[in-house]
Ligand binder design. Sequence first.
Ligand code: NAG
Ligand code: NAG
Ligand code: NAG
Ligand code: NAG
Ligand code: NAG
Ligand code: NAG
Ligand code: NAG
Ligand code: ZN
Length: 484
Amino acid sequence: MRSTTVLALCATALLPSAFSTPINPRHAHQSFPNTDQWPLATVGKALEQQLPDEDLRNIISQISRANIEATVRKLAAFGTRHTLSSQTDPHRGIGAARTWLTAKFQEAADASEGRMSVDWNSFIKYPGDNERIIFPVNITNVVATLKGSEDADRFYVTGGHYDSRNSNPIDYQGDAPGAVDDASGVAISLELARIFAAFKPKATIVFTAFAGEEQGLLGADNLAQTYKNNSVNVAGMINLDMLGNSKAEDGTTDPYNIRLFCQGVPLTENATTTTSRLSIGGDNDSPARNLGRHIYEVASNAFTEMTVRIIYRLDRYSRGGDHRPFLEAGYTGVRFVQPNEDYTQQHQNVTVRSGKQYGDLVEWLDFEYNTRAAKVVASTMWSLANAPGEPTNVGINVTTSDNFSQFKWDAPVGLPVEGYEIVYRETISPHWTNVIEVGDVNWYNLTSATIHKDNVIFGVRSVGKGGYKSPAVLPFPFGCIRNC
Ligand SMILES: *[C@@H]1O[C@H](CO)[C@@H](O)[C@H](O)[C@H]1NC(C)=O
Ligand SMILES: *[C@@H]1O[C@H](CO)[C@@H](O)[C@H](O)[C@H]1NC(C)=O
Ligand SMILES: *[C@@H]1O[C@H](CO)[C@@H](O)[C@H](O)[C@H]1NC(C)=O
Ligand SMILES: *[C@@H]1O[C@H](CO)[C@@H](O)[C@H](O)[C@H]1NC(C)=O
Ligand SMILES: *[C@@H]1O[C@H](CO)[C@@H](O)[C@H](O)[C@H]1NC(C)=O
Ligand SMILES: *[C@@H]1O[C@H](CO)[C@@H](O)[C@H](O)[C@H]1NC(C)=O
Ligand SMILES: *[C@@H]1O[C@H](CO)[C@@H](O)[C@H](O)[C@H]1NC(C)=O
Ligand SMILES: [Zn+2]
């Protein structure tokens, strides 16, 4: 198994920590906490991050700041895109925005030689249990599906929401330009649809613009349920919500960082599985967290000029996002969001009070930032869709208490695997630090007593052609679960 097609190039990795640091540096003068007493890792090698291949560098180079800016300006110019606003006015309201977006996604599809198709995922939401729906309303997601060239049954979904709101969640008439929230995310989805349409990613990528987000994540919920009802394998949902500006309310900027919210223990996991997960300290290695670690590894680099900052939370305090209904449907979902928020600009009427401008206006946008965010998302989607799926039934043998770690797993369906890697890190480390290349096998017995299963966290990941890796999977104990 070779994973050397990964291009080292001249890229200076921007990663601050894990990759260049051995698992246990014996610095002469350790600051607190002193980890000198911990054993030095001797198995495998320091993990090297996966940098963009030629196709991905080509994709990144095509991401156009001008296109992203034009989309944000166009969407803001619909006045409001409130879910309850006009469906029929040709210039103002969500109907006009939907028509325009559908035509733009269709333009992308027209250049795809039949690989991309654009559909409406549409339903009527009636008032009742939801106080933000005050009359029956047509909620329509625009969904552009780029069929995978070799593993079309594995889907990765990305997108933002094109609906908007102001101070009052049911004010569907007042202006709500929604430039940052979330024209910035939709602009990335559309720009990547345009560029990816000319490429042939191996798994299927779906570029969406959701509606009904501000009324309760309604559009994303309908799409997640549609996929679930049709047994679609959505291997990851990457929500893009507010990626237009790095500036905080006090004016400080943080233009080279992007937050990625990653949920812990899966919302739909059954009690048996959670008990097993907690028995091995696996609560920090949910599919969403390991998807986040993967995104950090493939998208924090000199090509994107960004560092992905993982946050161990589903979302911000008392806020929601379109990845949540995917998590609730049993899928893995994470959310990108800009590093800072200015609450005088989001969910606000467009108004001036005491000389201060409120509202979610185009003039707040940092289009350079929005463009770099698009590069992060491009790296994420390309890397996921060209790797094999994750290994399944990943287990660690705990039949007897011993110094060995025997793993077993099954091959993913779909795209062939060239081999597997066992990655590991200290339990308190955020990111994988070491990797053991084990070849194209389905089990591995790690006989080193220095890397002991009791002291580190392991993951198993697939490696495909070109060195593309899947996210890692936490091995669950088999044999004897407890008290043995
Ligand atoms: C929503 O409106 C669009 C545009 O008129 C229409 O094509 C679609 O069928 C409607 N959806 C439903 C569920 O009625
Ligand atoms: C926002 O504007 C609407 C009119 O569009 C008005 O009814 C409402 O009182 C305003 N709310 C705030 C908090 O300014
Ligand atoms: C999914 O299936 C459930 C159960 O049959 C049904 O109630 C629901 O309306 C379906 N949702 C969608 C979006 O297809
Ligand atoms: C719990 O979930 C696991 C993994 O999906 C499954 O194998 C097992 O059958 C489930 N157990 C119960 C009791 O539902
Ligand atoms: C698990 O390990 C025990 C010895 O500790 C061994 O007898 C057993 O065969 C292993 N199970 C599998 C499935 O390899
Ligand atoms: C496990 O490794 C430790 C440290 O090398 C050693 O002292 C101990 O005897 C080993 N235990 C078994 C059961 O091999
Ligand atoms: C793992 O390897 C060790 C050392 O060769 C051996 O003693 C042990 O039985 C092996 N365990 C399994 C489950 O194969
Ligand atoms: Zn939003």
